[in-house]
Design a protein around this ligand. Structure first.
Ligand code: ISE
Length: 336
């Protein structure tokens, strides 16, 4: 029996996951698409033969025999889907961020702990990108000595309508906020934000690029250039500085062409292609784990920790000060 999934939200990410599950992933099918925009809902349901369009998660839970849900709405709308899905005891893949703030994240964690085991996996897909996995292994192996610093660049061609300054942190840098402690093997202890000279091509009210400095408990510093109106394309790179050498991931590796006196290499334009392999691996592993009633990736606790760091980063962004980060104690529920 294949995993019967409802996809909530048929925007860029929801539509991408629907296609992925229908065409690439084995052992799962989309049975319902929950999307209030009728045109989007119809287009999405058409790309998943046999699925129906629903207006709310409640309606889908009542009408469809669901084993699982993928939540791909914007972050502020996650909690209202997470809570009924937890109540129903189905498997959950929740796109990042779990919730934009830590209070909501704690409510979700409390609700999850009323069940017998973790059901929520958070969509921090970079953990499934082959190069990130290699970098993590290099740190763990100690082969290059200790990790000392990370230089991260997070560049988007442009921002969608409605993208405001706080989203630099809660929507974009949240990826580095998850992946830096994962690479370093220890949590973030403090954060600082500096604004560099403003790109006049950014929409009104958005002062960026910004430099976000994440500091881990042992003092590894990660500087993140968040630069989301970079025009040229989509680029996410990490340079790692070790005691004995360096490592770099995320370099442009598309087709190389020589013509008209120029040398060009194709660059990605957006995350759905840059991280395609990561998304495919993430969703396949989540499907496989869901069929055993488990998760296989970042948990709601990771989502909570990211929300805590995001809050500190928003304060640092607003005040220009260095802000310390402290977390609640991890419940034993999440220790496995
Ligand atoms: C978007 O929501 C993502 O998650 C992308 O990975 C990120 O690069 C982009 O900045 C976000 O807006």
């Amino acid at each position: 029996e294949s995993l019967r999934i409802a996809v909530v939200g048929a925007g860029i990410m929801g539509a991408d996951h629907i296609k992925r599950i229908t065409n690439t992933i084995s052992g799962a099918r989309v049975v319902a698409v929950v999307e209030p925009d009728a045109a989007r809902a119809a287009a999405a349901a058409a790309s998943a033969p046999g699925s129906v369009a629903r207006r709310s998660i409640e309606e889908s839970l009542a009408e469809d025999a669901l084993d699982a849900v993928i939540i791909a709405t914007p972050g502020p709308f996650h909690e209202s889907v997470l809570l009924p899905a937890l109540e129903a005891g189905i498997s959950i893949l929740c796109e990042k961020p779990l919730t934009p703030d830590s209070e909501a994240a704690l409510r979700v964690i409390e609700a999850e702990q009323r069940g017998d085991k973790p059901r929520i996996q958070v969509g921090f897909m970079r953990r499934f990108d082959p190069e990130y996995v290699e970098l993590r292994r290099l740190v763990e192996s100690g082969e290059a000595g200790q990790l000392l610093a990370l230089h991260c660049a997070h560049r988007n061609a442009s921002t969608p309508p409605g993208y405001v300054e706080s989203m630099l942190i809660t929507d974009s840098v949240v990826h580095e906020i998850d992946i830096v402690p994962w690479i370093a093997g220890e949590p973030i202890a403090a954060v600082e934000v500096k604004k560099t000279k403003r790109n006049s091509l950014a929409p009104a009210g958005l002062h960026e690029p910004q430099l976000v400095l994440l500091e881990t408990v042992s003092g590894v510093l990660a500087d993140v250039e968040i630069n989301v109106n970079a025009q040229f394309g989509y680029q996410v790179t990490t340079d790692a500085v070790f005691e004995r050498g360096m490592a770099a991931i995320g370099r442009t590796s598309g087709i190389t062409r020589w013509e008209n006196g120029r040398l060009t290499v194709a660059e990605h334009m957006t995350y759905t292609t840059r991280f395609e392999e990561a998304y495919d691996r993430e969703v396949q592993r989540w499907v496989n784990a869901s069929r055993r009633g488990e998760i296989d990736g970042p948990s709601a606790w990771d989502g909570y920790r990211a929300a805590v760091v995001c809050e500190a980063a928003l304060e640092a962004q607003a005040t220009g000060r260095r802000v310390d980060v402290s977390y609640a104690d991890m419940p034993a529920f999440y220790a496995g």
